[in-house]
Design a protein around this ligand. Structure first.
Ligand code: ADP
Length: 459
């Protein structure tokens, strides 16, 4: 069995099965066997099942939220927020299932017709991370099922209980075996079984760039289609004409969500040198009022790091900054309550060679850098292998537009720290991966395009 521990206090929350290879293979068999019947259903039938699943979860939010607090460490308010976000995908794709339209193209030849139809790619697989144990799953499975694909999911070892609860509610409303399967156990072994089986026509992965590369190499052998949502190194740029209060709110909301353990978490704050000191002072005042605590309470609190490795990474990045004589304005160490809790930390006077300038921090740390000119900050923002999201704050129209084009990211976000919802395409460029989730673009990842030419129609 896999033991699931509460990161806030180390107690046992529950267990999930560590499945053998043959159990995983059986689940893959069921995923493949279920495909013909599922893809053959009317879109309306698939839509109705998704809608019923949406309603079932909506009526059971509290049970999900409490489980998520225990196995992930995020606070209750955030767990409810994630449920809303994740439910949004089931609702959206229940609707979208009925709109997987094709095209007709004016024919190039006499007495013939050209149509283009979209067909589900086949049985699919997904591997998900622990930071959004609910939403990461609904966003993938709802899209796959809407398109007519079946899906087998391996959730993260840290948070399999929320995943199995999602499976349980799906079964309760009649989403059949095979259509939605779940396996847990050795990640590497399961990954190899997914990627080595040429019947699995698509793999959707969210996680680290290192594992993404491994899986992409393996998928190269079977030419399996992929969606990859990988690491980020998000810049958060504040110009001298920005609304500073709004920028502080955006910074705090985006950075402290999930205690900073989010791929779109701002990783580098670039603040114009003329407002730098004022920004830092206000930020410190705001962040110092936020509590750090276990999450089973109603107000927003910063929770623990997910595990010791996550904690150690944050501590070592801050240590590197300290060695470089950066200024630690706030925090900079383990929180007084010990364990996996790290203090919200603000660091200034860092150079671009600091480890945390190039590494995804995944913790509640705000590194604030100074900049002078627009051209300079664009260059520094883009000077990373990642390209998931960039946030920027300015009131100037021309600059807003210029940056939206110049920033190398799948998502550029002006004057807010809030990014995701079901109706928009989420995803990155460069080493942050490829493919999009959410919106009408998301479903394109699960369909093949078939060109149909009918000729000789005069006879
Ligand atoms: P994180 O640092 O966020 O845990 P990972 O990329 O290690 O990022 O994990 C994301 C998901 O990838 C998890 O479900 C994990 O179990 C899975 N995973 C980790 N290593 C492998 C691997 N070698 N093959 C397949 N999946 C893996």
């Amino acid at each position: 069995m896999i033991e699931v521990l509460n990161p806030a206090n180390g107690t046992l929350v529950g267990e999930a099965p560590a499945m053998s290879r043959s159990e995983v293979n059986d689940a893959i068999e069921r995923t493949c066997a279920a495909f013909p019947a599922w893809s053959g259903k009317l879109a309306k039938e698939r839509s109705d099942l998704l809608r019923r699943w949406f309603e079932r979860i909506r009526d059971n939010k509290a049970a999900f939220a409490e489980l998520m607090v225990k196995e992930n460490g995020k606070c209750l308010a955030e767990a409810y927020g994630e449920i809303e976000y994740g439910l949004g995908f089931i609702e959206w794709y229940a609707e979208e299932a009925k709109r997987v339209y094709g095209d007709t193209i004016p024919s190039h030849a006499a007495h013939s017709a050209v149509t283009v139809v979209k067909e589900p790619v086949g049985p699919t697989a997904a591997i998900t991370p622990w930071n959004f144990p609910f939403m990461m799953i609904t966003r993938k499975i709802a899209t796959a099922l809407a398109a007519g694909c079946t899906m087998i999911i391996k959730p993260a070892e840290e948070t399999p209980l929320t995943a199995y609860k999602l499976l349980e509610t799906a079964r309760e409303v009649g989403i059949p075996e095979g259509v939605f399967e779940m396996v847990t156990g050795d990640p590497k072994g399961i990954g190899e079984l997914f990627t080595g089986d040429s019947r699995i026509r698509k793999l959707s992965f969210t996680g680290s760039t290192a594992v993404g590369r491994l899986l992409a190499s393996a998928c190269g052998q079977t030419l399996t289609k992929m969606t990859l949502e990988l690491g980020g190194n998000a810049p958060f740029i504040v110009f001298d004409d920005a609304d500073i209060e709004a920028a502080i709110e955006g910074a705090v909301g985006a950075k402290l969500r999930n205690s900073g353990q989010v791929c779109i978490s701002p990783n580098r704050f670039y603040v114009h040198t003329s407002i730098h000191d004022r920004f830092v002072e206000k930020l410190a005042e705001r962040v110092s009022r936020i509590e750090v605590s276990e999450g089973m309470r109603d107000d927003f609190v910063v929770g623990p790091m997910i595990n010791q490795a996550g904690f150690d990474k944050v501590a070592s990045l801050v240590e590197d900054a300290r060695q470089r004589d950066a200024h630690i304005i706030l925090g900079g160490q383990q929180h007084a309550q010990g364990g996996l809790f790290y203090e919200p930390t603000i660091i200034t006077e860092l150079d671009d060679e600091a480890e945390m300038a190039q590494t995804e921090i995944f913790g509640p740390v705000f590194p604030v850098y100074r900049f002078q000119t627009e051209a300079e900050v664009i260059e520094r923002a883009n000077a990373t292998e990642y390209g998931l999201v960039t946030y920027y704050y300015t009131q100037e129209l021309g600059r807003s537009f210029r940056l939206s084009r110049a920033l190398e990211a799948g998502m550029v976000i002006l004057n807010t720290g809030s990014v995701g919802t079901a109706s928009v395409p989420f995803g990155g460029v460069k080493q942050s991966g490829y493919g999009r989730e959410g919106s009408f673009y998301g479903i394109e990842e699960y369909v093949d395009i078939k060109y149909v030419l009918m000729s000789g129609l005069d006879r």
